[in-house]
Write a protein that binds this ligand. Sequence first.
Ligand SMILES: NC(=O)c1ccc[n+]([C@@H]2O[C@H](COP(=O)([O-])OP(=O)(O)OC[C@H]3O[C@@H](n4cnc5c(N)ncnc54)[C@H](OP(=O)(O)O)[C@@H]3O)[C@@H](O)[C@H]2O)c1
Length: 331
Amino acid sequence: MVPSTTPKPAPPPPVAAASAPQPRHMFVFGAGFVGRYVSERLLAQGWQVSGTCTSAAKKRELEALGMCASVFDATESNLADLQSLQCATHLLVSIPPILGIGDPLLNLNEDLKRTLSHGNVQWLCYLSSTSVYGDCGGALVDEDHVVNPKSESAKLRHTAEKGWLNLIDDPDLSASILRLGGIYGPGRSALDTLVKSNSLSQRQKLRESKQYTARIHVADIYQAILASMSIRCARKIFNVVDDDPAPRAEVFAFARSLIERRYPDLITEPIDVNSTGFDSQVRIIPAKKRVSNARLKQELGVELLHPTYRSGLQSILDSWQAESKLPDRNR
Ligand SMILES: NC(=O)c1ccc[n+]([C@@H]2O[C@H](COP(=O)([O-])OP(=O)(O)OC[C@H]3O[C@@H](n4cnc5c(N)ncnc54)[C@H](OP(=O)(O)O)[C@@H]3O)[C@@H](O)[C@H]2O)c1
């Protein structure tokens, strides 16, 4: 009798090199507040992350996070110097337009096109601003609303949006524009402004007192970015704002009440009406637009972690306590 033989399991089919999963590699042009937040989280998810900044000190900070960082000034550096750009699969553009110049990256048009079309980029996201809508007479504006940019920077921003959307004519490239409201998060919020207000220079105070009627917590920007990777965006625009476009004075009053409740002696300086927006005139300026986030929720499926500044600020205050660390007044 011939002993029965157990058939050997078939060897696994050879894995074709072409079908091996490509390592995900994010390249961030302008690893500032949002870029760095996103990078840290992607690194924790196992991504490779590269990015640019404009100083050697910031480069060291980015490298300490685990990024491959390059000092790069888009007005004078060469794209060819950014070797990791060739390996990137994802591209986040966070460098703002410059007055009198426009989008400094788009000015490198031919180089940029050549670099991107010879590389591996399959996803591109340009961080824009709700400022492109301009004054819409208080209307609720969605992404199809006619834009009416008034300031020079808003006009440049709108031009930059069009430039990024039209840059590469590749149907396989998923490209989107995120129009962000006023960005806040850990290290940049009304809470931080109040705590640091003793030591901020007048210029810094003015910068921090920009008026926004729409806001967004950086954690929700990160959510929107991740969600936009999960669908194929054929050159689509998304507003990224929360549900609660409150006046600035209201936000600061709430921030102050949060701090005073937990750290009664922390704010010693009386509020400077010019630096924190507690100006009665500010309160009566009607909103120039209300920005709709319906597309963000419906098409990207984003459920906001912080639908209102209240939960966003509370979470920042809680993080101070959890980390036993108050904002550094000297930064
Ligand atoms: N702040 C807001 O409330 C707000 C609201 C809506 C939209 N936005 C826009 O959303 C984007 C992300 O915001 P963010 O707050 O993360 O911005 P951010 O912190 O100011 O970061 C901007 C990044 O661009 C880099 N950069 C600036 N000029 C450059 C140049 N000439 N060449 C190369 N790099 C340059 C900066 O370099 P360094 O790191 O060396 O400084 C930084 O990494 C920006 O485009 C911003 O304008 C901001």
